[in-house]
Design a protein around this ligand. Sequence first.
Ligand code: AMP
Length: 306
Amino acid sequence: MNSSSAPELVIVGSIGIDTIETPREKRVEILGGSVSYACAAASFFVKTGMVGVVGTDFPREHRTLWEKMGIDLAGLQTEEGRTFRWSGIYEENMDNRRTLATELNVFERFSPELPEIYRDAPYLFLGNISPDLQLHVLEQIHSPKFVLIDTMDLWIDIARDKLVEVVDKCDMLTLNESEARLFTGTHSLMTAAEKLLAMGPQFVLIKKGESGSMLFSRESLFLLHAFPLDDFKDPTGAGDTFAGGLMGALAESGRIDEPAIRRAMGYGSVTAAFGVEEFSLERLSSLDRKQIDRRVETFLSMCTPA
Ligand code: AMP
């Protein structure tokens, strides 16, 4: 991957310094944020450009880690002030997470600006930021082949109309099952997906945590279990890692058809499984592509009946 060439994939999202408590361990001020996880996952497949904001207090070592992973940082903005901070605690079974504190800091005034060289990127992943900012990015990119957007309950609650506008402009929408229900006011995921597809996207990807994910189009439904793990340390960012791995693998294929998306979901799932084995980017940053490919092979054999 040439450092001066344009990225094939651009990812926009949050960059955070996280404090995370699990039943076994507490980690203070570690690297987090949706774009950090997603870019790390995508970087195994294609040149990936990061768009996000950090404060002047952001540790140099985090930037160096991203660079070592081959992530393009031309779209990384540094603003005067403190970096976004988030802290959360996982309950005993790790199923439920409570946010303890959110400090927006420089993220509050974030206005994503794509460097000129990013504007022709064929693949775009708009991570979980406000629909206004997602629209602002869509206005800057020229003619992407495939746009994935992620969202969360906050935007469904406070910016529904804008979110509907963004959903109409994307190729694929991803959200978790409770968000799909909240957005559409229905319990059935089949009905929820139908309503979401009616908003415009070609595909809707509903994430179900350890139970895997469901890819809906108007004609089809594809189910993929999550890669089974004996143990994991920190599920933070798993959804972002899954989506980043998926978009990286899709961009690498150069395709946007359903078989390519299904295959890319396998890569997303495996990358996310590696990610949760350690905190932050600790596992992803020590991984190589061969390990991912080997695990995808094992995964495919688990999913094939005979
Ligand atoms: P996830 O596990 O997918 O919810 O992603 C967790 C990451 O999202 C953490 O690393 C946080 O830094 C970041 N985060 C937490 N709250 C927010 C928020 N309100 N907006 C954007 N990013 C957030």
